[in-house]
Design a protein around this ligand. Structure first.
Ligand SMILES: Cc1ncc(COP(=O)(O)O)c(C=O)c1O
Length: 668
């Protein structure tokens, strides 16, 4: 990777690098516009950073104006390194009410942004364990917020992407803890920290009270593990309810909990770097303070008061304003992702907090890497990673979204995080550009599949003509020229992919047994095709019946006859004489079917014959009582009846060339 200045990017944070390139391209576009205004270059839509756009919180803004008015008459002295007493008292009160547990002013440390708070927390825990467990593990759900990966942290994953809805569960936490302990036997990297980001960035999941209680039960078993809660998005639960923290759900864990809160998102004050760390353990707080002092002395005094004052006035109403602003944007992007078939594979995935959503852009993997990206990626060839996807979208489609590999996920998944904070117009343009790019890629995939399948079919025709014919049929069924939307092409590609692997499998099996196995796979793959074939047969049968019916009711050429012939399926169903005809046919087939079941097809003749013989036998024994006479009469009578019906039924079945028609078949 390279910077816009042409230097190797080295260890520059990848999200920051992406922001640098976005800015560079924006400036270039602006220059081009002034020198060549006719050229239409689309503006870059940035949805890759966690950028709040709701106007600054009104209490923050009011406080600032007032503060600077008053401050202008005197110098501003240094303050308390932990934060001035007044803002800490105000903030402690606000946080006690938020967490429904006692938070003392001494538990509050004002920091320079959430990033500054996290840096202090990680540095503190490192110092704390440097003698005994220098290589300790921090257990956290993967994907994770990018900063957790800095400072040489030894992160250990909770693989939430395997869970329903990508949600963290107590079970998966337990599993990771167990694994970390197992690994520590070898490398001494014992887990010392559990780090939970809730609401989660980038996943947008919210844990909820029930799961938190289960998680607390697990955490109680490991009293020497610290618990970091990153609650940068605490005010952004999309259901409008107050966020429930682990601190509220399990206040008994207080002494081990360290919380980070930030004004970046909820107060729309990213650039002002207002944040706090809350810690209840005195030793930890002392160390956090030390780190704070050596990093930057203390947080700006104006901002301490601004943040504390705002949080003391922050109500559920305020939160609802935030949610009402971002939720429709998120819902719009979610809908568009589903419509274009770029939603995440797990249908249970549903953003419940923050303003992010994940999407699946794996169809862009394998596309040619645009030459324009060379200056940034320093590579040529194909798109093989989600980072390649990001830069190709940025350079070619002027959209900036973030690859999930920047959050600790594998590079080859093609998953991306979209920030839903732009204007409605911007989001619409963003999604339309993404959809267009996906459509191009999917059409390329389709062409590639078709080429490969046709190549393979030239081999298959010499091995199995029937299968060759069936597959050709199926391909024609799959490629519907009327279905050209991005999601339609995606679905077609899935089926073409199955068809290709089935053919490949068949060709690759040289033994008969192998070919049988392959044929089973092919059959399974073509079950849809067979079902459609069956439906077609039913419709053909129904058409045949309809034409016979028209022959009966309008045998001579006339307008009525030609109208009837051209009746659609729906029109036929509304035509009363046809409805009666169908009902008669159904009754016939149902009653005949009933007798078939009872008397095993035309075996009824045999049963009837036996009964007739039995009747005659009883008569020939001639025990002339009224009862035996009646019995022989009834038995023989039923026997004769069944023989007759058997003959009649067989004749009926033979003459009727169409399958029994049911309402269901007519409507398919
Ligand atoms: C999960 C998470 N934690 C912490 C931070 C840092 O916040 P700040 O902007 O206050 O540095 C962010 C910022 O995006 C975040 O997403």
């Amino acid at each position: 990777m390279r910077t816009p200045q042409g230097q190797p990017a080295g260890k520059i944070d990848r999200i920051m690098l992406l922001a640098m390139w976005t800015k560079f391209l924006r400036n270039k576009r602006d220059d081009n516009l002034t020198t060549n205004p006719v050229e239409v270059i689309p503006e870059i839509i940035s949805a890759g950073m966690g950028k709040p756009v709701l106007p600054l919180n009104k209490y923050t803004s009011m406080f600032m104006k007032d503060y600077w008015d008053k401050a202008s008459s005197s110098a501003i002295d240094y303050g308390d390194p932990q934060g001035d007493t007044e803002p800490r008292v105000i903030m402690a009160r606000a946080m006690s009410s938020w967490y429904e547990t006692d938070v003392d002013p001494n538990n509050i440390l004002f920091t320079v942004g959430g990033a500054g708070a996290l840096q202090g927390i990680f540095a503190t825990l490192k110092t704390l364990h440097e003698e005994t467990t220098p290589n300790f593990r921090i257990i956290t759900p993967f994907p994770y917020y990018t900063l957790y990966g800095d400072y040489d942290n030894h992160l250990y994953p909770i693989d939430v992407m395997k869970n329903t809805g990508y949600r963290l569960t107590a079970e998966s936490l337990q599993l990771s803890i167990n694994q970390a302990y197992d690994l520590a036997i070898e490398d001494h990297g014992y887990p010392k920290v559990i780090l939970l980001c809730d609401p989660n960035n980038p996943l947008s999941t919210v844990l909820g009270k029930k799961e938190l209680e289960k998680i607390a039960d697990i955490l109680r078993k490991y009293p020497d593990i610290h618990i970091i809660l990153d609650e940068a998005y605490a005010e952004m639960c999309l259901d409008g309810n107050k966020h429930i923290s682990l601190l509220t759900a399990a206040p008994d864990l207080k002494d081990r909990i360290i919380i980070m809160r930030s004004a970046t998102k909820a107060l729309s004050a990213a650039g002002e770097r207002m944040a706090i760390t809350i810690a209840f353990n005195e030793q930890i707080m002392a160390m956090l303070l030390q780190k704070n002092i050596s990093n930057y002395g203390h947080a700006p005094r104006s901002l301490q008061m601004a943040y504390a004052t705002t949080m003391s006035k922050f109500t559920l109403e305020e939160q609802k304003n935030i949610v009402n602003f971002y939720r429709p944007k998120l819902e719009y992007v979610k809908r568009r992702l589903i419509e274009m078939g770029a939603n995440m594979p797990d249908p249970h995935y549903n953003p419940e907090g923050t303003f992010y959503i994940l999407g699946d852009f794996s169809d862009l993997l394998g596309e040619p890497l645009p030459e324009s990206t060379f200056c940034a990626l320093n590579k040529k060839g194909q798109i093989t990673t989600d980072e390649d996807i990001t830069y190709s979208l940025l350079f070619e489609d002027s959209v900036m979204i973030a690859p999930l590999s920047y959050f600790g996920m594998p590079k080859n998944k093609g998953y991306m995080r979209i920030t839903c904070s732009g204007t409605d117009k911007e989001l619409e343009k963003l999604m339309t550009r993404l959809e267009k790019r996906l459509t191009i890629a999917r059409n390329n995939i389709k062409d590639a599949y078709l080429n490969e399948i046709h190549e393979k079919l030239t081999i298959l025709i010499n091995i199995n003509k029937n299968l060759h014919h069936d597959i050709l049929d199926e391909i024609n069924d799959i490629i519907d020229p009327n279905k050209t939307s991005s999601i339609d092409i995606k679905k077609q590609n899935e089926k073409l992919g199955h068809a290709l692997s089935a053919v490949e499998l068949f060709i690759n099996q040289s033994t008969t047994a192998g070919q049988e196995k392959a044929a089973t796979v092919i059959q399974a793959n073509f079950r849809g095709h067979l079902a459609r074939k069956e439906t077609k047969l039913k419709i053909n049968a129904q058409n045949a019946e309809w034409y016979q019916f028209v022959d009966q009711i309008a045998p001579n050429p006339s307008k009525i006859r030609s109208d009837l012939i051209n009746f659609s399926l729906t029109e036929r169903l509304e035509f009363t004489p046809w409805k009666k005809h169908i009902s008669n046919l159904n009754n016939q087939s149902i009653s005949a079917h009933f007798f078939m079941q009872v008397l095993l097809n035309n075996e009824m003749k045999i049963v009837g014959s036996l009964l007739l013989l039995a009747g005659l036998a009883i008569l020939s024994l001639s025990i002339s009582t009224t009862a035996t006479l009646a019995l022989s009469g009834i038995t023989a009578g039923v026997g004769i009846g069944l023989v007759g019906f058997g003959i009649f039924y067989k004749k009926e079945r033979h003459e009727s060339s169409i399958a029994p028609i049911h309402e269901h078949a007519l409507t398919t």
